[in-house]
Structure formats: structure tokens, C-alpha cells
Write a protein that binds this ligand. Structure first.
Ligand SMILES: Cc1cc2nc3c(=O)[nH]c(=O)nc-3n(C[C@H](O)[C@H](O)[C@H](O)COP(=O)(O)OP(=O)(O)OC[C@H]3O[C@@H](n4cnc5c(N)ncnc54)[C@H](O)[C@@H]3O)c2cc1C
Length: 457
């Protein structure tokens, strides 16, 4: 979709939100081309599709398994003075980003965090010297050069295979090997959420990006989903378990306690849910779509927020980075002190490590995080006063954080995942967006795409 088309559609979203009334069971007057549409999932993709289709006069019901809307956009209000995002936090690249446009319309306050405000710590907790900075940059350049070279090789390999070969050149330099592991974790696994041993070196970075700053919402990302949900008929706690399609007349969507009949159904189930076969399609989805579902990857990125009485780390920094002895352990931290004025640190665990720690208790996760912080800031730092921890891989309504291009997949598979079936089943959600998968804006654009497809029938 080019920018002009996108802006036209966005305008329609806003007009429609004012013009449409609330759909409901008592509204049986389907006629004049007005269709019954069921949207599965009240995440960003489902909400934007629902709003758009309602605005065009269709009868839309959104079925959501959870007892809340937003899906992977979820602002926790556990600490009333600081709403915190458990899922998406940032608008990545504000220029031309559809979420920015929406946030501008809402007047939502945003705060900039910057990778320029970053400090890196060695394994024994010392801030990097200039010499170490230079060496890290050299290692990083070597890693990306090797990956670029792998992209023109005859056959695809995993990122891990490429890095393993490169590491042979540094066999006698343990520090360089630690730097490599740090870059692999920080620049690749935390970004794409896939394990290096599963990420395709051909396609891991095939997504497009918007330019500009990364910003977070002062009131949390949910300002966007709450706005989109206004006036939409959303049925919460409706776990869809079967979709019967290909009948001439209608599609049947079964939840644990209801059946909904629709002319068209928008499926925004996360890739992880599709992979796990939690929802039965009758008849089964075509081979091409099943192939895409099984080959694309669903990654893991987990968050651990630690709240302290006061900051004991450099207050002018947004990012604290740590060259851990073991791959991927607490390599990336965000400080909320400067941007949000709160003594909160957010530690990430991604990919294999992110998946593994989900089996740990909260106490074990916090103890492990504190061990790293003590290495950096000293044994005397205080315990956190509270924490908030995510476990996205164990969440049965997403089964992972966001999708990535796994070895064995290609970007074309996202088009197969996105393709409509029989003009009845339409597929949206971040994983269906070839250009912006893995992001909130990708989910948003996919919702606009399906609504446009339905409206053009
Ligand atoms: C930890 C984390 C950090 C992230 N950080 C960022 C970031 O900073 N910036 C960014 O742009 N993106 C980020 N993302 C990605 C972004 O959150 C997602 O790409 C986007 O929110 C996905 O929206 P969606 O509508 O495709 O899916 P979802 O939001 O997952 O919506 C799908 C909905 O379907 C529902 N559902 C599932 N199963 C069923 C069922 N059987 N029946 C009925 N309903 C069902 C789910 O409950 C959910 O509400 C992050 C994600 C995570 C997890």
C-alpha cells in the first residue's frame, strides 16, 4: 500500500468511528449489501479491521478469547502512577508510521528514547573504555559483513551457522567471542525474537523500516487500542475453537459456548496460535497456507520490569547494555528514569533464553536480574520494591511474542498466510504483513488491508 492509499484509509477509519452505531444481536436487518462479519481477535489488526468495516456499514462482531482487548498491546496498570507496556512499547521510527499518525490525531503524549544514550558494560561490570568500544564496533561490523555475504550464497543457512564460522577467526580471543555473542543477542535476537539457530540469514532482516525516533506512550500503547475499540461490538472471553467455511452461504465460528454465523470472517489469530492448531478449520486450510504457518517462526521476547526507590544507575542514559558471560543473559536494559522520570529498569530476555526463563519462578527471574545488576553497580544496590514479568511463549492466546523469518521460510510465505480463501476467510495480523511483520504498525496495516479487500468484493 502506498502512502497516499494508506492515508485515505486512515481518514476513513476516523470518519467511520464517528458515523457508525453499535452492532448487536438484535440487529437482524442485513440487506442492501450489508454483511455479517466476524473478526477473530481484538488486537490491533482485528480492531482496525472492525472499525473500518463498521464504518462502511457492515454488521461486525469481534470475538476475543481474553477478558481484555489489545492482544499483544497490553498496558499494565498494576502501578497506578506509571502505566507500563507488557507487549509493544515503542513506535519504531515515527516518520510516516501509521501509529504516529493515529497518535497525533489522538494527541497522545509520547516520549523519546534514544540509542545514542547508551552505555555498555563489560562482563565484570566496568563501563566500556574507548578501546573496548572500538573493538566491539569492529566485531559488530565483521558479523554484519559475514551475514551480508551469506545473503548472496547459493543456499540459505541459519545465522548461527554464519556466526559459528566467523567465530573460528577469533578462537584465541575470548573477549572478541563474548562481544560476538553480545552483538548476536543485542542486535539480532532481541530485535527479531528468533533464536540465531533458527533465523534465516537470507531473510531475517527482510522487513522495511520507518525513519525517525523511537517513541513510547506516556499513558501506554493501549491508548491506541482503546481508541480503536470505541463503539465496536466486542465479545470478550470468547475462545474460538472451530471455523467451518467453504459453505456456499455462510461461515460458522464456534467458541466454547456459542456459534456465530457470518458472511465473512477476519482471522487475526497470532502465528503461534495457528501453529499450535488451537483452532480447527473445517475443511483444513490449503497446503500453501499450512506450509507458511509451519515454516515461519514465532519468536520470544520477554520483559522484566524492576521498580526501585531511586535510580542507582546513570540517569542520563536510556539503554544499559551488558556483555554477559553466558549468551543472551540480561544483555539489554532500558532505564525509565530519564524519559519517564521513574526509577524503573526494564530487562529483556529473547529467543531461547527468553523461552527458557518462562519456566522459572518470578523470584528466580528477579534474583538472576539482580545478580547482573550487582555485577555492574555493586553489591550494595537495593532490592527492587516491586516487579512485573511477562511470559509470552506460555500465553495460550499468542504462544510467542512476534513472528520472524525462520530458516526454510521465505517472505512470499507471508503473502500465502495473508491470502483470502473463498472470499469468506480473510487473514490479518502482524505475521501476514510481508513488509512490517513483528511490529504494531505491521498489524495495523494488515487490518487495513483486509478491510480494503472485503470492501472491494
Ligand atoms: C514483548 C513484546 C514487545 C513488543 N514490542 C514492540 C514494539 O516496541 N513496537 C512494535 O511496533 N511492536 C512490538 N511488538 C509487536 C506488536 O505488539 C505486535 O506485532 C502486534 O501487537 C500484534 O497485533 P495483532 O493484532 O497481529 O495480534 P494480537 O495483538 O496478538 O491480536 C490477536 C488477538 O487474538 C486473540 N486470540 C488468540 N486466540 C484466540 C482464539 N482462539 N479465539 C479468540 N481470540 C483469540 C488474542 O487474545 C489477541 O487479542 C512487541 C510484542 C511483544 C510481545
Amino acid at each position: 500500500m502506498n502512502k497516499r492509499d494508506f492515508l485515505k484509509l486512515l481518514a476513513l477509519v476516523f470518519v467511520s468511528s464517528k458515523a457508525s452505531g453499535r452492532g448487536g444481536d438484535d440487529d437482524k436487518t442485513i440487506g442492501n449489501g450489508r454483511q455479517r462479519i466476524v473478526v477473530i481477535g481484538a488486537g490491533l489488526a482485528g480492531l482496525v479491521a472492525a472499525k473500518e468495516l463498521m464504518g462502511a456499514g457492515h454488521h461486525v462482531i469481534v470475538l476475543e478469547a481474553r477478558d481484555r482487548i489489545g492482544g499483544r498491546i497490553w498496558t499494565s496498570k498494576k502501578w497506578p502512577d506509571v502505566p507500563l507496556d507488557m507487549g509493544a512499547t515503542w513506535i519504531h521510527g515515527v516518520s510516516g508510521n501509521p501509529i504516529s499518525e493515529l497518535a497525533d490525531q489522538l494527541g497522545a503524549r509520547r516520549l523519546v528514547t534514544s540509542y545514542e544514550r547508551a552505555v555498555t558494560y563489560t562482563t565484570d561490570g566496568q563501563a566500556f573504555s574507548e578501546v573496548e568500544e572500538a573493538k566491539l564496533e569492529a566485531v559488530r561490523r565483521r558479523m554484519f559483513a559475514a551475514l551480508r555475504k551469506a545473503q548472496s550464497a547459493d543456499a540459505d543457512t541459519s545465522i548461527r551457522q554464519v556466526v559459528n564460522l566467523l567465530e573460528k577467526n577469533f578462537a584465541s580471543d575470548p573477549e572478541a567471542l563474548r562481544f560476538m555473542s553480545f552483538c548476536l543477542s543485542g542486535n539480532i535476537e532481541q530485535e527479531y525474537a528468533g533464536s540465531a539457530s533458527r533465523l534465516s540469514s537470507y531473510w531475517y532482516d527482510s522487513a522495511e523500516e520507518f525513519d525517525g525516533d523511537d517513541v513510547l506512550f506516556a499513558q501506554g500503547f493501549s491508548v491506541i487500542t482503546e481508541y480503536l475499540a470505541q463503539d465496536v461490538d466486542i465479545r470478550l472471553s470468547q475462545v474460538v475453537n472451530e471455523i467451518k467455511w467453504q459453505d456456499e452461504s455462510a461461515v460458522s465460528v464456534r467458541t466454547t459456548d456459542n456459534e456465530f454465523i457470518a458472511d465473512r470472517v477476519v482471522v487475526t489469530l497470532p502465528l503461534g496460535v495457528l501453529q499450535h492448531n488451537d483452532v480447527r478449520f473445517v475443511p483444513a486450510l490449503p497446503e500453501e497456507k499450512r506450509n507458511a504457518i509451519s515454516k515461519l517462526g514465532m519468536g520470544v521476547l520477554n520483559k522484566c520490569y524492576l521498580r526501585f526507590e531511586q535510580a542507582f544507575w546513570p540517569e542520563d542514559m536510556d539503554w544499559l547494555e551488558y556483555v554477559s558471560a553466558k549468551h543472551g543473559e540480561w544483555t539489554e536494559w532500558v532505564s525509565f528514569q530519564r524519559a519517564v522520570n521513574m526509577p524503573i529498569l526494564l530487562g529483556f530476555n529473547a529467543a531461547d533464553r527468553g523461552r527458557d526463563i518462562e519456566a522459572w519462578s518470578d523470584e528466580q527471574i528477579v534474583a538472576s536480574a539482580m545478580e547482573t545488576l550487582r555485577t555492574i553497580f555493586g553489591a550494595d544496590i537495593p532490592q527492587p520494591v516491586d516487579y512485573q514479568i511477562t511470559r509470552w511463549a506460555s500465553d495460550s492466546f499468542t504462544r510467542g511474542s512476534y513472528s520472524y523469518n525462520a530458516l526454510g521460510s521465505t517472505p512470499v510465505m507471508r503473502d500465502a498466510l495473508a491470502s483470502a480463501l473463498n472470499k469468506q476467510l480473510f487473514f490479518a495480523g502482524e505475521a501476514t504483513d510481508r513488509d512490517y511483520f513483528g511490529t504494531a504498525h505491521g498489524a495495523f496495516l494488515s487490518g487495513l488491508r483486509v478491510s480494503r479487500d472485503i470492501l472491494s468484493i
